[in-house]
Design a protein around this ligand. Structure first.
Ligand code: OSB
Ligand code: MG
Length: 369
């Protein structure tokens, strides 16, 4: 594939419903898309960096700068035999994984188009459909949360994850369990607790959660290992797994028993596949996390979720839970049994809607050779 140019776009999309985590509330997304122009193909990638540097250090404006100034110029003009060949070209730039992933993932899509195979097959996927869960943010009242859970269960979703923080945790989990004693339930703290909360966190054990996601610091696994020794509930790491070495260290320390893989957080499909394989060797299940993606990132998450060790329901759910109108067609839809069927078409199996993207674009820049 000869990479002729890369176009970056910032699009604005209001969320159907606000999304609140322990670090704040989001009502609309500023989404950075990259469009890679190869000889003979157009492919897309989504940078999942947020509006603020709250989930991780990266945010849309650092990603824009590093993409236009370093990452796009590092690959434009090059001819690559495969998508993973971009990894060494990006290596000089430290961190900025979400920015790197945006280009790398678009290149995987380009490679699948060039080889005329579905992206999920190129990645090594084996599942024809994936099982979906939902991540439900902090609401204004517990009643609102219970209503949302009821709606998502009726829609068929197979696992409910709720966001928690001090003051919105045991009381909320108790109400959920009172009403649904047997559903697959987990919680995500996005680093809202410290080791001073060990006794409090032990109180979560009585809710029989599938997992508690990232209870402690975003950059830690050492103290998560200490916490895991005190809890019956399995810890799942999200924020603190940045690459394959992190997951090796975390598993060695027994810091978690489940891993959330977000392809943006780990810097692209190549690293995500590596982490998947390490976890599989250790018999540690993984699932695919979400970052409130548009259809572009969602389609990539779906392809990744077809790999064998993605054995737990992920946070990959229907377009309509986020957007009045998604930027891909068809939109991502979920069956009444909470599953998404994978397309047999080449590439992602979803087409981007250039007219709609153009309408939503507020900033655009092209890097040429
Ligand atoms: O921690 O998984 C998280 C959204 C933004 C930032 C962090 C997280 C999330 C989610 C949303 O939980 C998952 C989704 O896309 O539905
Ligand atoms: Mg999380």
């Amino acid at each position: 594939m000869k990479i002729e140019a890369i176009t970056l776009r910032e699009i604005h999309m209001p969320l159907v419903h606000f999304f609140e985590t322990s670090f704040g509330r989001t009502t609309g997304r500023r989404i950075l898309l990259v469009n890679v122009h190869c000889d003979g193909s157009e492919s897309w990638g989504e940078c999942v960096a947020g509006e603020d540097p709250f989930y991780s250090e990266e945010w849309i404006d650092t990603a824009w700068g590093v993409l236009t100034r370093y990452l796009a110029p590092a690959v434009v003009g090059h001819t690559l035999g495969s998508a993973r060949e971009c990894v060494p070209l990006f290596a000089r730039v430290r961190g900025h994984r979400m920015a790197k992933a945006a280009i790398e993932n678009a290149l995987w899509e380009a490679e699948s188009l060039e080889n005329q195979i579905p992206l999920w097959k190129l990645l090594g996927g084996t599942r024809k459909e994936i099982v979906c869960g939902v991540s439900i943010g902090i609401q204004d009242t517990v009643e609102q949360l219970l209503n949302k859970i009821e709606t998502e269960l009726a829609a068929g979703y197979q696992r409910i994850k709720v966001k928690v923080k001090p003051g919105w945790d045991v009381r909320v989990l108790a109400r959920i369990r009172e009403r649904w004693p047997d559903i697959l339930l987990s919680c995500d703290a996005n680093s809202a607790y410290t080791l001073a909360d060990i006794e409090h966190l032990k109180g979560f054990d009585r809710f029989h959660l599938l997992m508690i996601e990232q209870p402690l610091w975003n950059d830690d696994f050492f103290f998560h290992a200490r916490l895991q020794r005190e809890l019956k509930t399995t810890i799942c790491l999200d924020e603190s797994i940045r690459h394959a070495r992190d997951v090796e260290a975390a598993l060695d320390l027994h810091a978690c028993g489940i891993v959330n893989i977000k392809v943006g957080r780990v810097g692209g499909f190549t690293e995500a596949l590596h982490i998947h394989d390490i976890c599989q060797t250790h018999e540690v299940p993984v699932w695919c996390g979400g970052m409130l993606e548009s259809g572009v990132g969602r389609a990539h998450n779906l392809a990744l979720s077809t790999l064998a060790n993605f054995s737990l329901p992920g946070d990959v759910s229907a377009s309509k839970r986020y957007w009045k109108e998604d930027i891909i067609e068809p939109e991502v839809t979920v069956s009444p049994k909470g599953r998404i069927a994978v397309s047999g078409e080449v590439g992602t199996g979803y087409r981007v809607r250039p007219d709609l993207i153009e309408k939503l674009t507020v900033r655009k820049e092209t890097v040429r050779g």
